[in-house]
Design a protein around this ligand. Sequence first.
Ligand SMILES: Nc1nc2c(ncn2[C@@H]2O[C@H](COP(=O)(O)OP(=O)(O)O)[C@@H](O)[C@H]2O)c(=O)[nH]1
Ligand SMILES: [Mg+2]
Length: 469
Amino acid sequence: MKSPVFVVVGHVNRGKSSIVSTLAADDSVRIDAMPGTTRHCRAYPMRVGGQTLYTLVDTPGFERPRQVLTWLQERERSMAQRREVVAEFVAEHQGRGEFGQECELLRPILDGAAILYVVDGSKPPSPKYEAEMEILRWTAQPRVALINSTGSEDYSTAWQAMLDQFFNIVRPFNAHQADFQQRLRLLKMLREISEATREPLQRAIESLRADRLANLREAAEVISEMLVEMMTRVDAKRLATDADPAAYQQALAEKYYDQLRRRERAGHHRLKGIFLHHQLEVAEHPLEIAGEDLFDVDSWNRLGLSRKQLTAAGAAAGAVAGGMVDAASAAVSFPFGTLIGGATGGAASWYAATKLPEVKIQGFPLGGQLLKIGPMKNPNFPWVVLDRALLYVDVVADRAHARRGQVRLEAEPSPPGIVTAIQAAGRKNVERCFASLRRLPPPENSDTICSTLAEQIYQILQPRHEVTD
Ligand SMILES: Nc1nc2c(ncn2[C@@H]2O[C@H](COP(=O)(O)OP(=O)(O)O)[C@@H](O)[C@H]2O)c(=O)[nH]1
Ligand SMILES: [Mg+2]
């Protein structure tokens, strides 16, 4: 079955390319404050799993609609034959240079595409639009007008009265604000515009919904993998037998924390890709681990974890970690409180200067000491990482692909501490995974823990981003 095609028409700078970008979930569509950026028609398919659900054709709009309309009117035979006259117009002018833009946009319409006519509701309507709307009416294809708004003024009532005369349906649609749900709502409306669109658009809606759930599941897996790796990470440095481990601590700690931050950035980058935001720049404060912030209980409260929750989680984690402490670390003590900021019990554990057995490899004696840092035992650490990841998904999952420019993660309106919104049972399940991961050596069944954790995270994400009818 052929997938529906929508040709997006309107004056320059009305938001045509923005509508294409948002409906095709494609952030590579050029959107520009400079008029005339789109010079040729270009098709953007909405694909899911290799299948094209529907296609949007971005156009530069009409160049000389009045002349075209005059040409058509001079040749009008009857109302029933208007569409044929439009076809004659294209046949006569195609490839000739004159009316090039008009031929380009009319061709797919004559081939059966539906029309999305875009106006800017923040600018007043004027008779200068009538010629192009009339030409579109002559094509007799299904026509929908979308009132987009690029500014704050609102002339939509006046537009509605004018557009009603030329279009089957008139709807407001803000290309830069529309979230996933609003996109689906628009598709449901488009589904009804003709017999030819009904079935394929119904299937498109179902595919997009299934894809949404698959994306949320993938996001949960990405977050889980990231958490597992960040929590179980251990960095080590081999030292000579007589070396002073204290001299190497800081460099090793810096490397370790730097790797954790990188791992988080890489995870966030993948989350962005899942929701097809390839160009989007997300500014976020780097994960603060070694400084005061992470260990300042007040900053945890801002994330929504109460003192009581922290104490409870800390006690549980401490008990687990306490049983697992390497004998070597008990013997050697380092002044890490100052370096790592140990207000709530320190961040990563240190396993310093473990004596290595003397072995010889190809005649060279090996041995000495091993300085190790990790895994991260701070009970709050994974909750902060999880909270940041959930906030990140909130930002990218519902952002219109037409909206360009940097987004500030922390500035997004989001309830403080998404993790606090998690039901007690869910939080307990997540904490159970975290507790297993805090063990050293890293648990052998971390793959199983990772999938259990991913399922728990999916249970958090799914209702947050659920699509309702
Ligand atoms: N705030 C806002 N700006 C928009 C919206 N749609 C378009 N614009 C802006 O209007 C300008 C033209 O948009 P574009 O989609 O390229 O329009 P086109 O020339 O009709 O394809 C760009 O600067 C867009 O950022 C919208 O829904 N909201
Ligand atoms: Mg454009």
